[in-house]
Design a protein. Structure first.
Length: 276
């Protein structure tokens, strides 16, 4: 069997690699510092060593600012080199709204879908794991999730589901030319999410609504570039405005089972000590 390349070792990458290795698949992870092989999407000289002998690859754009300002030099160019090196199956982690011209992942999707090889695109909603191993964990630990989402709802998706779909897409023919919208089974508010985490951990956790401009200012003060801060705030305010409450059937179409519940994710994370 030829190698499967997993770009990134974050929430999805490490879970996909673990699943494939458990199934006996030859996998190599690629990241700037923490992978089996060093790859920097901003440095094309690092790409060829990672692609040798690879027939399937999982792609992720970890830097939305770079995707916005140097799109041709990253995922689209990586796709071209991967196909030339012999990769015959591509799975891209994208996001909802990637059809829009303003979305920095649009060109990445176009490159994968127009690559001439087998492809699958995953468009997940917000990761449940953002609460336990991502940007919202500090808010959980401090007791105040300050986000500009109001009472809006979204169907948080479990990263374990994303990883299972990706692993299947990397190894099975039936996912070719599919775009999977990946969500949880129901949409909940951040207030409800905070309540569920509080109940499972015994912590005092509340959601505090924040004015979008204030949220942008806080991100910029924390070192986030202004355009990225506005982009990220914009997708959060889509929740506030009720534009991100849809529930999709992507997990069920891909795996033949319903997606995992947010409550079950919270129970696992609490039992694992993720908020200790």
């Amino acid at each position: 069997m030829n190698d499967i390349l997993i770009l990134g070792t974050g929430k999805t990458g490490r879970r996909i690699a673990a699943r494939l290795r458990a199934a006996g698949r030859p996998v190599r992870t690629a990241a700037r510092t923490s992978g089996d092989i060093a790859v920097d999407l901003g440095d094309p000289d690092t790409w060829a060593p990672a692609l040798g002998g690879v027939t399937a690859a999982y792609l992720i754009e970890p830097d939305l600012q770079a995707a916005s300002t140097a799109r041709e030099a990253r995922i689209p160019r990586f796709v071209t080199e991967a196909v030339a090196a012999g990769v015959r199956r591509l799975v891209l982690l994208s996001a909802g709204g990637a059809d829009h011209d303003s979305n920095p992942l649009k060109l990445a999707e176009q490159a994968v879908r127009g690559s001439g090889v087998e492809w699958t695109v995953l468009r997940p909603t917000w990761f449940a794991q953002n609460f336990s191993e991502g940007p919202w964990r500090p808010g959980v630990l401090s007791g105040a999730l300050a986000l500009p989402t109001g009472d809006g709802r979204t169907a948080f998706v479990d990263a374990e589901d994303i990883a299972e779909v990706a692993a299947s897409a990397l190894t099975e023919d039936r996912h070719n030319s599919q775009v999977y919208m990946l969500t949880g089974p129901r949409a909940i508010s951040f207030g409800e999410a905070a309540d569920l985490i509080a109940k499972a951990t015994g912590r005092d956790v509340r959601h505090l609504d924040v004015d979008p401009e204030v949220h942008i200012e806080r991100q910029v003060a924390a070192g986030v570039p202004g355009d990225v801060a506005r982009l990220l705030t914009g997708v959060l305010t889509a929740i506030r405005d009720g534009r991100d409450a849809g529930v999709a059937d992507g997990v069920e179409r891909a795996l033949g089972r319903p997606p995992g519940r947010f409550e079950d994710y919270v129970s696992r994370a609490a039992a694992a000590g993720d908020w200790d």
